[in-house]
Design a protein around this ligand. Structure first.
Ligand code: AMP
Ligand code: MG
Length: 398
């Protein structure tokens, strides 16, 4: 049997880093910057007002109150601002360019708000409420380093600097393929002996959430030729194929039957759930595509995604931290676990008490319990029993 770490290394080694690509800002959220982002303008690009009010020379408001003629009106966006004549005020709006000669903004609240002439009752010190050119970013400086994870704030500064697209590690293109002749697409009528297909939508959502581009191919029938035909087509357009089902010890194990001897190694991994696993490169003509074969039981499939695929996909897409956040917490109740296997149990964290409760049993078909869990916790290989109060490693899933 393989250890969890051994199988994780096999899967990680299948996925090289995705190349850099220019990606529009609207699709950048969650992706990782491939190159330093260097500003090619200043921010602000010109000196402007931080307030609605009046731009004046500070010498003209040294003795207060004072009434000054309003020599011009400067809304935001105005491009033909004249220098400020001495002894006058310019009515100015937030974000409008500061006229040459002005060095302070008097907020409208400190004045009578006049349009022809304005009475100024009090004034701030020189420089106040003026946003100077380049005070946030100077042209030529590195604003975001390569390796930065792009989120809303990073998209904001990139847009402010005028970038419509960013050089990002492009999303991994994944084909998710569920196998099993018993599977029916949700929304269709369920016949005798059939179950609804749940792995592909679940896995696709997990991968989309970390920025991968996922295509789903539902339930290739348990037919070796049909599966190989789908794979041959998929190889050209995907960086990874993930299958579910058809890898356990029974007969009609279509994934095993189709891929054994074709570059995929099937192995037992010392974990529960998720023991039957496979991975390798499937050769199609002169190219090959990485394939990871997950077990069909829904909870096994999901746990395998969390343990192997999620970190590998995040690493391939350049994420600096690839694992879930973990905490250590005491168990609320005792439990047992098979010796020789690392058990990944579904759990629920009580953030007030700081404890973790097992959520459902270890059964790998208990999907509703999986849906109610907010974490997984780990029972090590050499442990057969834990008592209430024993500490476990908890992977926070939400
Ligand atoms: P298998 O690995 O194909 O033998 O499947 C193991 C168990 O998981 C069986 O009970 C299957 O019906 C179930 N199963 C396999 N694939 C899926 C799927 N995509 N959605 C829901 N259940 C599945
Ligand atoms: Mg099956």
């Amino acid at each position: 049997m393989r250890t969890v770490e051994e199988h994780a290394r096999v899967i990680a080694a299948l996925l090289g880093p995705t190349p850099a690509a220019l990606i529009p800002l609207a699709a950048a959220d969650g992706l990782v910057l491939a190159d330093d982002l260097v500003a090619n303008i200043d921010l602000p690009p010109f000196a402007n007002s931080a307030m609605d009010g009046y731009a004046v020379r500070s010498v003209d408001v040294a003795n207060l109150p004072v009434t000054l003629p309003v020599s011009q009106d400067i809304p935001a966006g105005r491009t033909d601002t004249a220098p400020l004549a001495a002894g006058t005020a310019a009515r100015i709006m937030t974000g409008a360019p500061l006229p040459d000669g002005a060095d302070v903004i008097v907020q409208v609240e400190r004045t009578d708000g006049g349009a022809e002439r304005v009475r100024i009752d009090s004034a701030p010190a020189a420089g106040v409420h003026v946003r100077t050119r380049g005070e946030d970013v100077t042209s030529g400086s590195v604003v975001l380093r390569a390796g930065t994870v792009i989120g809303p704030q990073q998209i904001g500064v990139a847009a402010a600097l005028g970038f419509a697209e960013l050089s990002l590690r492009r999303p991994l293109r994944v084909l998710v393929l569920s196998t099993g002749s018993e599977l029916v697409e949700p929304g269709k009528p369920l016949g005798p002996g059939q179950i609804y297909e749940s792995n592909a939508p679940m896995l696709a959502a997990g991968m989309s959430a970390i920025g991968a581009h996922v295509t789903v191919e539902h339930f290739v029938a348990d037919d070796v030729d049909a599966l190989r035909a789908v794979l041959a087509q998929a190889a050209a357009e995907h960086d990874l194929v993930v299958t579910s089902g058809g890898v356990s010890a029974g007969a009609y194990e279509v994934v095993k039957d189709a891929l054994t001897g074709h570059g995929i190694e099937f192995a037992k991994v010392a974990m529960q759930p998720g023991m039957p696993q496979g991975a390798g490169r499937y050769a199609v003509g002169d190219r090959s595509v990485p394939i990871v074969t997950l077990p069909g039981n829904p909870v096994s499939s999901y746990v395998s995604f969390e343990v192997f695929l999620r970190p590998a996909i995040r690493a391939a897409m350049g994420h600096p931290d690839i694992t879930r956040p973990t905490i250590t917490a005491p168990l609320t109740t005792a439990l047992t676990s098979p010796v020789g296997k690392r058990q990944f149990r579904r759990g629920h964290v009580d953030t007030v008490a700081g404890t973790v409760a097992p959520w459902g049993g270890p059964g790998s078909h208990l999907l509703a319990w999986l849906a109610g869990a907010d974490c997984m916790f780990v029972v090590p290989e050499d442990v057969d029993h834990l008592d209430a109060g024993d500490e476990v490693e908890v992977w926070l899933l939400s």
